[in-house]
Design a protein around this ligand. Sequence first.
Ligand SMILES: Cc1ncc(COP(=O)(O)O)c(C=O)c1O
Length: 457
Amino acid sequence: MLLTKLQPCTLLRQHKQVLRLALSQTSARAYTTTMTLSQKLKPAARVSGQKQDVWSIINEAAAASPKQPIVNMGQGFFGYNPPSFIIDAAKGALDRVECNQYSPTKGRPRLKKAIADAYSPFWGKKIDPETEVTITTGANEGMLSAFMAFIEPGDEVIIFEPFFDQYISNIEMPGGKIVYVPMQPPATGATKTSSAADWTIDFDQLERAITPKTKMIVLNTPHNPVGKVFSKEELQKIGDLCVKNEIIILSDEVYDRLFYVPFTRIGTLSPEIARLTLTVGSAGKNFYATGWRVGWLLGPAELIKYVSAAHTRICYSSVSPLQEACAVAFEQADAHNFWDDAVREMKSKIDRFNEVWDELGLPYSEPEGGYFVLVNMAKVKLPKDYPFPPHVANRPRDFKLAWFLIQEVGVAAIPPTEFYTDENAHLAEDYIRFAVCKEDSVLEDAKERLRGLKKYM
Ligand SMILES: Cc1ncc(COP(=O)(O)O)c(C=O)c1O
């Protein structure tokens, strides 16, 4: 039984009413318009009034750059395909009648079993595919489902800065209040290359952030954009605080197969922590197929059942043929040595790319996991009178750096203060994030262009 504090939200208990309401609104939604809306038709606050997001600013800069085509190391999509055994599985699934029809809302039995089989060894127990796994439309929708399942208006959710930007609106949709705890960058980050492990949490600050209303905490390891893999000791401290205060842990582990130091899953630390932990996975990240939109949550049946209920309300079920292909990918991954190859290949991309920073003398955070590199560009001097457009000029320095990189050297990367509140943005305003999940030839091209930064240092 769940304690009162961990009860799923009334939204789900009343899901039949919600469904009826949604059906009655469908016809109204059909008449949306792109013209200016009258006051009465104005959009809900949850989707309006947001500042221009980083992706559109970077895309706009890329389109305006004189250095065409630019090398895009911004968004974390892969520049290459999944291996052929996975692509063939997807093609094969499309030929099967039952794979082109609705899947069960909680996911296809074959995929749930494949995930339970793949993850049971990490948990040291048999994961029940029927009750402890639920398939979602990518990790992102899985996390939205988790927030929809447990957050009532006013409930607090703790997230660490920098954060994956989608958490924010996903928490705000059900009315959650976000409480931010910044990770502290390495003290010598502007002058020396250091390990991503040196981005740390102030545990006193974390403890102070917890209130009786704290319902969930979101953890991301391996971390985007820092590349940190939280140590067992750090996870134990977070887990202990959550056990003490009855807080659900949403552990975003979408980069769980890409780690270059020992990787611990918080849900495996103790039965007390496991009882509170929802672990999030992504087939898109695991199998180089971010467009497939297949993800999952693993956890105790008492939590998972409400995530499944929310997922059913949000999108009913997820893409059938690609779920089937992901099942085959899990079943055959070991035989193809896929997981080991994935680590070796990504680590070699990181090392290959980072050579250019060593050459230029620009410090970076050496990733412990994932495929993002954070580079500190405090040494890059932006010309005083550089013509930044107003919407870039009034953002922190990293936005200007990103704009400048695109215009002057033709490489797109992401300004990480987008993943901070305004209050803490100064912590990352000299950093730029590069996604290295690209072909080696693209990385070499990027390096050649980035050497052009020398004249600005
Ligand atoms: C930390 C983190 N969580 C979740 C996601 C979303 O994963 P998916 O594509 O499976 O929705 C991403 C994608 O970039 C991510 O970086």
